[in-house]
Design a protein around this ligand. Structure first.
Ligand code: FAD
Length: 485
């Protein structure tokens, strides 16, 4: 700084709740300005988080508050319209600069652009920084300069870009942050983010540790226990081969660049094979691709990417939707997934595909109903990944699975949960059945069911639809769509 009196600045935290590898925070700290760290709960912010993510936010803010306190600082919490709260904070602190991490969804871009214009007009300097994705969504295009629509060439181009330019090393927690004089803060309880009666998040506490420390611990545990064998094992929900980092990534408790660096290290140390590490990198690539698709197609979150599907004859069946949501479909792998989601705020990726296919194809219920349920119940609920994945399963997305690919919930269970460990955990009422009947308990002979204490229709539901009939109906509905052109 050239002036003798350091000026004041605000670091606005949003979905980047960490201190390390935080380019905006590093820039603010290096500026030498006196910093006020703030988080605003804006009731009118685009895409308000669902119930599960509100639980996460509470605990992640708590963790961030403690981290800042260790550095001698404070996290200022406020509620209200972001523009109004920033105006108040600027008055109270005398801040002339605001730092934030960039966001990439259409409404967030519009909102940040307008906010930046107003702040600039008011004489405030706004600096935005990257950090949420490996590459920002404008970094790669096809040779003709248009956005990619298919993952493989997108990922090849991204990989080439990363090889050529590098991601840079993850940044450490900035040293010597000068904090500004304290201003008033709301209490975290005022945000009212936690469920009250009934406390449906009870099961989350033992499983998740929101915040940066929790993210690093989860990453380390994965590298120790699950990383070796990831490429193959990631499809088996009873095995520890998925990282469960998605909620941490979603709230920015860890950056993809930090994970990338850890993968490089793990590969170098032989903790992970090259194949496993590359597969994991590609999954981070899918996360980037989802954000890329939404960035380049602003209706993508709500509208079928392939126009042909926009007239699909969806069924309206509230009872069926509720049975699916509650894990009462009568197909154990579907019910296990839906109950895992409700109990833990998470569902394994393989099972997400199965339950989504079941909703959209067996029940022919609009994918947006599934997207909304996931949004409310997933701790990793992410606008781009959720929409992209639902559209992928429904067959209407960019680079989607073809509509006629209808996951068979019985063979999926047999293949990916061969010992029934996953089904037994979440559908205990059929746990005593022998392995070979767990995928379709109604097919077990009566005496086997009786011995296991299973009475179809009483202790466990009968399948709500017949697989072969539902599959045929889905294909007929698909064939009824007008052909493109
Ligand atoms: P890992 O296998 O350990 O993968 C590592 C990371 O890569 C994940 O944390 C995630 O950030 C990313 N990733 C992995 N698979 C995908 C994918 N298919 N698409 C995008 N990113 C991926 N993921 C979300 O983060 N938020 C969502 O709201 C979401 N909704 C989904 C809805 C449906 C219907 C389906 C089929 C998938 C959805 N996914 C979503 C993608 C995927 O299921 C999760 O990212 C993954 O299960 C997270 O678990 P993990 O961290 O153990 O994954």
């Amino acid at each position: 700084m050239s002036t003798s009196e350091p000026s004041n600045a605000i670091l606005l935290f949003r979905d980047d709740l960490r201190l390390s590898d935080h380019p905006a925070l590093t820039a603010a700290a290096q500026s030498g300005q006196c910093l006020t760290c703030a988080f605003i709960l804006d009731p009118n912010a685009p895409y308000p988080p669902g119930g599960a993510r509100r639980w996460w936010l509470h605990h992640a803010l708590n963790a961030l508050t403690a981290q800042l306190a260790d550095l001698g600082g404070k996290l200022v919490l406020r509620t209200g319209a972001t523009a109004d709260v920033l105006a108040d904070l600027r008055k109270e602190t005398g801040a002339t600069h605001i730092y934030w991490s960039r966001r990439y969804t259409p409404d967030e871009i519009a909102s940040d652009t307008a906010l930046k214009a107003d702040l600039t007009a008011a004489g405030c300097t706004v600096q935005s920084h990257p950090g949420r994705y490996l590459l920002e969504p404008w970094r790669v295009t096809t040779k003709s300069g248009t956005p990619f629509k298919v993952f493989s060439p997108f990922w090849r181009a991204s990989r080439d870009e990363i090889r050529a330019v590098g991601l840079g090393d993850p940044l450490p927690v900035p040293k010597n942050i000068t904090f500004a004089d304290e201003v008033a803060t709301a209490s975290l309880e005022d945000f009212d983010l936690l469920p009250t009666a009934p406390n449906w998040a009870k099961g989350f506490e033992a499983l998740w540790h929101p915040g940066e420390e929790g993210a690093m611990a989860r990453l380390d545990a994965f590298l120790e226990e699950g990383a070796q064998g990831y490429a193959k094992g990631r499809d088996f929900p009873a095995e520890p081969h998925t990282s469960r980092l998605s909620p941490y990534l979603q709230s920015g408790n860890i950056s993809p660049r930090q994970i990338w660096a850890a993968l490089d290290r793990a590969e170098h140390l032989g903790q992970m094979s090259g194949r496993d590490a590359e597969k994991f990198r590609a999954e981070l690539g899918w996360r980037d691709f989802a954000a890329y698709l939404l960035f380049h197609n602003r209706d993508f979150e709500d509208t079928e990417f392939q126009p042909k599907f926009r007239s699909f004859p969806w069924r309206h069946d509230t009872d069926a939707l509720i049975a699916w949501q509650r894990g009462q479909s009568g197909y154990p792998i579907v019910d296990a997934g839906m109950r895992e989601l409700w109990q833990t705020g998470y569902m394994h990726n393989r099972v997400r595909m199965v339950v989504a296919s079941f909703l959209v194809k067996h029940l022919r219920i609009d994918w947006r109903a599934g997207r909304d349920w996931f949004w409310d119940t997933l701790l990793d609920g992410d606008l781009a990944s959720n929409a992209a994945s639902w559209q992928w399963v429904a067959g209407c997305g960019a680079d989607a699975a073809p509509y006629f690919r209808v996951f068979n919930p019985m063979t999926q269970a047999e293949k990916f949960d061969p010992d029934g460990g996953y089904i037994r955990q979440y559908v205990p009422e059929i746990a005593a059945l022998p392995d070979r009947y767990l995928a379709a308990p109604w097919k077990a002979p009566e005496d086997v069911r009786a011995k296991a204490g299973v009475e179809i229709g009483r202790t466990y539901p009968a399948p709500m639809v017949d697989h072969a009939t539902a599959r045929r109906a889905a294909l007929e509905a698909f064939e009824s769509l007008p052909s493109p052109g």
